[in-house]
Design a protein around this ligand. Structure first.
Ligand code: 5GP
Length: 319
């Protein structure tokens, strides 16, 4: 089992850059997408989408102290001008950063498509991740607009309340299956973003055709996350919150804008210590999945995966 190869190599459609690593990405949330997290992830050839709230000075310090991590991180940005200016200054100051993560809550807008095109024009050789969307047509449009890897997921996140507040969302497994086909048809790639709460879910995302899997909640609560350890009724916890929760808005944007419902919640997650153990748990689970289905490499997993619809009746029989 220890021989199962979880490393993948991809060449990206638009940037023409090549990636090699274990394609699990820490989400660009300010609690988990930290420099401290990236240092540990890079040791395992895993990836971190660094959140967009670090200053240029903090980035420079990180790059000077941990040059070995830079091939496994992306710098993140929303679609606003201030974000793009900061992203530009970071990428100009630190050339070894090769990945950009363009993240908006709703990738279905002409503004976002135009934004992706302009970032591609500014950075012809960087690999661009962009999202979030959940349908094949939009995956194709973003790839044709210059993105390399499309972030797929609206509504599945552990601290996301979009489905409850707005009724908008798409079942994550279906989204991944459909979007992977569209992306791969154009030689693009996808990230399944959100909704994994155990190593088995990560395996299912890869099995469904995701090239990368992005995790927020599963990496929350560790030493490498931002925030203090809080003692509550004799138990240690850390705060984890959505990037459009009240907590994040108060921290970064001076409160939630009135016209916009906050679509993220704040939760206390049990303190889990060093993230190293969680990483080993996830990688161990994935290797075991591959062994069960007879895949010698992660690359083969989706070809050896079949999903079976389990109805209520079935689940009663099986439970
Ligand atoms: P998780 O792994 O915790 O299930 O999901 C992580 C993903 O949730 C993130 O990568 C991001 O796409 C999404 N997310 C993070 N914060 C928020 C938020 O405040 N609102 C919504 N709707 N989604 C969020």
């Amino acid at each position: 089992m220890s021989h199962v190869d979880l490393t993948r190599t991809f060449t990206f459609r638009n940037s023409k850059q090549t990636y090699t690593g274990i394609p699990i990405i820490v989400a660009n949330m300010d609690t988990v997408g930290t420099f401290e997290m990236a240092v540990v992830m890079a040791k395992h050839a895993m990836f971190t989408a660094i959140h967009k709230h670090y200053s240029l000075e903090e980035w420079k310090l990180f790059a000077a102290n941990h040059p070995e991590c830079l091939e496994h991180v992306a710098a993140s940005s929303g679609s606003g001008k201030a974000d793009l200016d900061k992203l530009t200054s970071i990428l100009e100051a630190i050339p070894p950063i090769r990945y950009i993560c363009l993240d908006v809550a709703n990738g279905y807008s002409e503004h976002f498509v135009t934004f992706v095109k302009s970032v591609r024009a500014l950075f012809p050789n960087h690999t661009i991740m962009a999202g979030n969307v959940v349908t094949g047509e939009m995956v194709e449009e973003l790839i044709l607009s210059g993105a390399d890897i499309i972030k797929v997921g609206i509504g599945p996140g552990s601290v996301c309340t979009t489905r409850i507040k707005t009724g908008v969302g798409y079942p994550q497994l279906s989204a991944v299956i459909e979007c992977a086909d569209s992306a791969h048809g154009l030689k693009g790639h996808i990230i399944s973003d959100g909704g994994c709460s155990c190593p088995g879910d990560v395996a299912k995302a890869f099995g469904a055709g995701a090239d990368f899997v992005m995790l927020g909640g599963m990496f929350a609560g560790h030493d490498q996350c931002a925030g203090e350890i809080i003692e509550k009724n004799g138990k240690k916890v850390k705060l984890f919150y959505g990037m459009s929760s009240d907590t994040a808005m108060k921290k970064h944007a001076g409160g939630v804008a009135e016209y916009r419902a906050s679509e993220g919640r704040t939760v206390e997650v049990p303190y889990k210590g060093d993230v190293e153990l969680t990483i080993l748990d996830i990688l161990g689970g994935l290797r075991s999945t591959c062994t069960y289905v007879g895949a010698a490499k992660l690359k083969e997993l989706s070809r050896r995966t079949t999903f079976i619809r389990v109805t209520q009746q079935h689940s009663q029989v099986f439970s």
